[in-house]
Design a protein around this ligand. Sequence first.
Ligand code: ZN
Length: 163
Amino acid sequence: MAILEIRKYPDPTLRMKARSVREITEGILKLAEDMVETMKANKGIGLAANQVGFLHRVIVVDGLGKEGPMVILNPEIVQFEGEETREEGCLSIPGYFELLTRFRKVKVRGLDLEGKEIDFECDGIIARAIQHEIDHLEGILFIDRLSPVKRSLFRKIYLAKKR
Ligand code: ZN
């Protein structure tokens, strides 16, 4: 197991679309294991493969005590319900948090590491984390979902700080 380096905004990998996993190879198993380790080490509640430089549709989400961390390959949201506004952040945009509205409840489909179909409903923080991580696989960051005013403010503040 290894702790991987997390790509930080504006790294171009964060803007690329990840490819579907067609075969569960040793490489995919190792990536999933390393992603769980990296998420834990950084005290995150979710991580997408793009964030560690791999363009595969792999996400990991903390089960929040109920179960261990979940690995989902080729995750998809097939149903959603309601809305909820909460503060959100991202390990690739450290130190920046903002209120964001997302679906409150989602039905998720994908594959586990044995290639079996996963199909479950969730809400709260897990539902938010899964929506956030699936966005990553599309090259979308949570700041893209903010209003134009907040987004331009973010660019000014965050990028100025990095200089
Ligand atoms: Zn993120």
